[in-house]
Design a binder for this molecule. Structure first.
Ligand SMILES: *Cc1c(COP(=O)(O)O)cnc(C)c1O
Length: 367
């Protein structure tokens, strides 16, 4: 009997995506087995962390890598690293960053919330934020230059995510602007594991990715980039990073998930995802009141979602709520007049369950 049955918890079909309130992702049987084997063992934790760092660097092409508890932790610790380097005195002083370069430049449109505002993840380190941009939705390279011209800037923080708003910020130009001032650039690409190499190719000094999102490892923050900053991130473990450390099971899980990722036939994976989306579209085509189309990922991830448009007279929020109240509870992302579904972690049987529950939910709304 699994934990869900033993504790009487809701049966979930997650068509929302890599969503933290639903447990994010499904680890493979291989990752689960490696974690189960690791839990009763002791390790020299620094040795395990070194080994994980080497694997991360090899898998992403970065100079170095480290693991933290999660990407929210990585944001706090990357900013801390930019302020303190590996200086033990400064590390011990945080979150009092009074005498350090302690301001972080962030494009206004990159103030995202993933359950916590990214502003708070920065402030937890002791740093404060300078928002760059002529408006909340527009931040040009000149705006960044302006914000970076203050002399106590510790780093530039950028976000690569579908959560950002406004006109896209040119990440390559932004990183260049920071480097012209001798300031390191950090990119939060939490839900972009398959694009890690692209994000590193912008020239960013650190790229932060969540292990538990598209790598489907246990919860872990993957930090890759320059050796100097990666070491400074790890050094925070004797300071504010104590409560943000990676567990042995996370590190072993990431190592195994990276091996599986590298051995995987990427083209076949993409074709499998496309096939699920096509099957779903064909099934929904038969349902009155709905029309579905393929929604490519706006950030360039190699996967598509389903945009399910509802006919006039159907409330998309009510339809989403109805899907959630049945059994199994089907979670989707409601939008105005539409639902967005991500099918990546679902097996074909669950895709059919989503179709069946949609039929039921539409009927329930009509009664
Ligand atoms: C999910 C997410 C985070 C937080 O990642 P965790 O690993 O859950 O802490 C941060 N930034 C963005 C853009 C995210 O999507």
């Amino acid at each position: 009997m699994g934990a869900r049955e033993r504790y009487g918890l809701t049966e979930v079909v997650n068509a929302h995506g890599t969503f933290t309130p639903l447990g994010v992702s499904r680890s493979s049987a291989g990752v689960a087995a490696a974690v189960a084997e690791a839990l009763p063992e002791f390790f020299v934790m620094n040795e395990l962390a070194d080994r994980a760092g080497v694997a991360l660097a090899a898998a992403t092409g970065a100079e170095a890598g480290a693991i933290t508890h999660c990407t929210a932790a990585s944001i706090t610790l990357a900013v801390a690293a930019a302020m303190t380097g590996t200086d033990p005195r400064r590390i011990a002083l945080l979150p009092d960053a009074t005498d350090m370069h302690n301001r972080v430049v962030l494009p206004a449109g990159h103030v995202v919330s993933y359950g916590q505002s990214i502003l708070q993840a920065v402030r937890l380190s002791g740093a404060s934020v300078i928002l760059a941009g002529s408006s909340e939705t527009r931040c040009t390279t000149a705006d960044l230059d302006d914000a970076l011209s203050v002399d106590d800037v510790s780093c530039l923080l950028l976000v690569s995510s579908r959560l950002v708003h406004g006109e896209p910020v040119d990440l390559v130009a932004a990183v260049k602007a920071a480097h012209r001032r001798g300031v390191p650039a950090i990119i939060d690409g939490a839900a972009q594991f398959p694009r890690t190499a692209d994000l590193l190719a912008t020239g960013a000094d650190l790229v932060l990715v969540s292990g538990q999102k598209y790598l489907a490892s246990p919860t872990a923050g993957l930090v890759v980039g320059s050796r100097r900053l990666v070491q400074a991130v790890r050094a925070q473990e004797n300071g504010i990073g104590r409560g943000m450390k990676a567990t042995k099971e996370a590190m072993v899980g990431v190592l195994t998930a990276l091996e599986e990722w590298q051995a995987m036939d990427r083209a076949k994976w993409e074709a499998d995802q496309d096939a699920k989306v096509s099957t779903f579209l064909a099934a929904v085509d038969q349902l009155p009141g709905l029309s579905a189309e393929i929604l490519p990922d706006p950030t360039g991830l190699p996967l598509s979602r389903v945009l399910l448009k509802v006919a006039a007279g159907i409330d998309s929020a009510k339809l989403a709520a109805e899907l959630q109240t049945g059994s199994p509870a089907v979670f989707v992302l409601p939008q105005p007049d539409a639902l967005v579904l991500e099918l990546v972690p679902l097996d074909p049987h669950e895709v059919q369950t989503v179709v069946n529950r949609l039929v039921q939910a539409l009927q329930a709304l009509q009664n």
